[in-house]
Design a protein around this ligand. Structure first.
Ligand code: ZN
Ligand code: ZN
Length: 188
């Protein structure tokens, strides 16, 4: 018999949910590996599913990020946290586009890989991972951080994101560990 501690260590904490089969499977693997390594979220990549059509805004040719979160919220089964990944462009009605959106201290987030392209594929993957980690920080309840070398810093442009290391500052890292522990305890 496994001890309860072993159960928690083996439990999937985040489901990565790819919308649309055009998403590069390697990008998903890089996201999952970094969410696990940097945030401590044991991540499982779920099967591809169709785009959430009710979130599509035909006049803008974009997906409404908040409605994608609604779609993920309807999910009754699966891990404690769910993160959608979409290749199409995301927006919220008041902004022209967003790289990602999450419920602060909630259960669902979504990121878009649409605007992350770079001639160097490695940079593209790193951008995706950084955005996923940033949104995971919001999911756990963290707000933006002013430290220059922290992934919770708000990046308006991709060039700013590219300069960030693949980690949180010590204060955010401490908070992440504390909030994650709390989220797991509250679940059991
Ligand atoms: Zn943010
Ligand atoms: Zn920080």
């Amino acid at each position: 018999m496994d001890s309860p501690t072993a159960d928690i260590a083996a439990e999937t904490l985040l489901d990565l949910i790819p919308y649309g089969e055009e998403i590069d499977p390697l990008a998903l693997s890089v996201l999952a590996a970094n969410l696990q390594a940097v945030v401590g979220l044991r991540t499982c990549i779920r099967p591809f599913r169709d785009h959430p059509e009710e979130a599509f805004i035909p006049t803008r040719y974009q997906f409404d990020a908040v409605k994608v979160l609604d779609d993920l919220c309807r999910e009754k089964e699966g891990a404690l946290f769910r993160m959608g990944v979409i290749q199409r462009d995301l927006c919220i009605p008041i902004l022209t586009y967003v790289y990602g959106e999450s419920q602060l201290g909630g259960h669902t987030a979504v990121i878009s890989l649409h605007r992350l392209h770079h001639i160097d594929r490695q940079v593209y993957y790193e951008r995706g991972a950084k955005i996923a980690i940033h949104e995971a920080g919001h999911l756990l309840g963290l707000e933006h951080c002013r430290e220059p070398g922290c992934l919770m810093r708000f990046s308006k442009q991709l060039e700013q994101l590219d300069l960030l290391p693949m980690r949180f500052c010590p204060a955010c890292e401490y908070e992440i560990a504390r909030l994650l522990k709390k989220a797991i305890q509250n679940r059991h």
